[in-house]
Ligand binder design. Structure first.
Ligand code: ZN
Ligand code: ZN
Length: 278
């Protein structure tokens, strides 16, 4: 079975506290208001994910917040109301409509002191920012997929070659294409992954619904049962060839969304066109 997978999406930027963390009023809250009615995000997300392929897999990625868990809860409610078939496995859920399947899996992008690491299917966020600890906890305790997102990208937020070299056996895959860091880093990332024999993937790192699945990885043979889900994702990633990657773009504006979302949210709360979710 062919599955179009985008492991790295944040869906929206108004949950984002990576930059907003220290700014009062903005922390891990969902903001709703005039422009963003309640549940609208999840309804659009569900529709969008169904449209792209017969079978899709979308990682909803937390920063320090719990957007993935919150969105999964809303998605399940919507799907039940709409009469879709729902398979609920705690950290992931599948929805079936006619011949189409969508699976959402929760994850976290951890800003470690060495750079970002993407964990998929951990079941809960890690509090640690220590690279060594985060990797060992992810592998030995949480059994999450460990993905090197935007490696070799800007220092401080991206892992560099020596980080990968030291921990190569921990990584399930390295991202060689995303909508934000793609062009410039593509061949360097590819070479790095090849050099250490680490599988490759492409993902969007999208902060908008329309960017989700714009960059993706075609997987085969994913087993959606609770026992084999993560194991089968690992095996599928090993089999990914370059022609299985979708080298799309989620738009050049995506890079600036973190910043603009902060400005927008502050202005919105101040002027009353955004209100905090309860
Ligand atoms: Zn990142
Ligand atoms: Zn990200």
């Amino acid at each position: 079975m062919r599955i179009m997978a985008d492991f790295h999406t944040h869906v929206v930027d108004h949950y984002d506290i990576l930059i907003n963390r220290k700014i009062p009023l903005i922390g891990a809250r969902r903001h709703t208001g005039f422009f963003q009615p309640k549940n609208r995000i999840e309804e659009k997300l569900l529709k969008h994910s169904f449209l792209h392929d017969e079978n899709t897999l979308v990682g909803i990625i937390n920063f320090d917040d719990e957007r993935a868990e919150k969105m999964l809860d809303v998605l399940k409610k919507i799907a039940e109301t709409e009469g879709f078939e729902v398979i609920d496995r705690n950290y992931y859920a599948s929805f079936k409509k006619d011949n189409s399947n969508v699976t959402f899996v929760s994850g976290q992008e951890v800003p470690t002191e060495r750079g970002h690491v993407l964990l998929v299917g951990a079941g809960s966020n890690t509090e640690s920012r220590d690279f060594d600890y985060v990797l060992k906890e992810a592998k030995n305790e949480k059994d999450s997929l460990i993905l090197g997102d935007h490696v070799l990208g800007p220092g401080g937020m991206s892992l560099q070659e020596r980080d990968i070299e030291k921990y190569a056996k921990y990584f399930d895959a390295i991202n060689i294409w995303d909508g934000n860091f793609g062009e410039k880093y593509h061949s360097m990332q590819k070479e790095l992954a090849r050099g250490f024999g680490i599988p490759i993937y492409a993902a969007s790192d999208s902060h908008t619904i329309k960017g989700i699945l714009s960059c993706a990885t075609i997987l085969k043979n994913v087993d959606f049962s609770a026992e084999n889900f993560k194991g089968s994702l690992r095996t599928s990633l090993i089999e990914v060839a370059e022609e299985d990657l979708i080298y799309g773009s989620n738009g050049f504006m995506e890079k600036y969304r973190h910043l603009s979302s902060v400005v927008y949210t502050i202005a919105g709360l101040k002027n009353g066109f955004l209100v905090r979710d309860s």
